[in-house]
Design a binder for this molecule. Sequence first.
Ligand code: PEP
Length: 262
Amino acid sequence: MVVNRVPLIAGNWKMNLDHLQAIAFVQKLAWSLADAKHDAASVEVAVFPPFTDLRSVQTLVSADKLPIAFGAQDLSEHDSGAYTGEISGAFLKALECGYVLIGHSERRTLHAESDEQVAAKVTAALKHNLVPIICVGETSEDLEKHGPSAVPVAQLRAALSGISATADIVVAYEPVWAIGSGQAATPEQAEQVAAALRAELRETLGEDVAAKTRILYGGSVKAANIAGFMREPNVDGALVGGASLDLNEFSSIVRYQKHVGV
Ligand code: PEP
């Protein structure tokens, strides 16, 4: 089946930019993309600010009808109740979030998030009509021990337990060794794992989901290397960390189709 997957460039701000800085950044990003006559139908742009920025970003995007999607960096697996510090999917949907990152490697390592918790969060996101961006990736030790695809594929399989064959999801392959290190994977490495992840989607959820699901690469993506990743058939976009905080750099990543030689 041939499906046109609209590429997605997603900026994970991590714990950076307060709500005032977020407003300024999103406004400038919108101006920069408008100046460049960016066509949102050909490449979708999304930002993932801290929770405290989401209401401000929602207000701006909605008032000015900006062609910029947004989402949260995490959510609770629970809907409400005695879970101090947690944020429910229902609250995110009420703020018109379209997406939510789940299982980012910083959540898995700094907060010891297990595959079971990641799966529960994916279920919670879908329950509230949020598109989960399921993050998977291997450490350099995993890479040495198990090769490139085994750990990301196993993480994806675990994350998908309990979801249906019609689910709207995004997968982000983010090798842990490439995140924030300045040492990106090669496009060939990203393609090899993305193809294995798509095969896993096919096996678990069927051909339709495998064909329509966007698989992003993340890990030290910048304007200088994005075009190489986007040439790969199974890479449908990028999850960008550090470079998403630099307006010119991020805007240039989004406009990768205009880069010379692409
Ligand atoms: C990330 O935080 O998801 C990420 C990929 O970071 P960076 O682009 O800085 O490597």
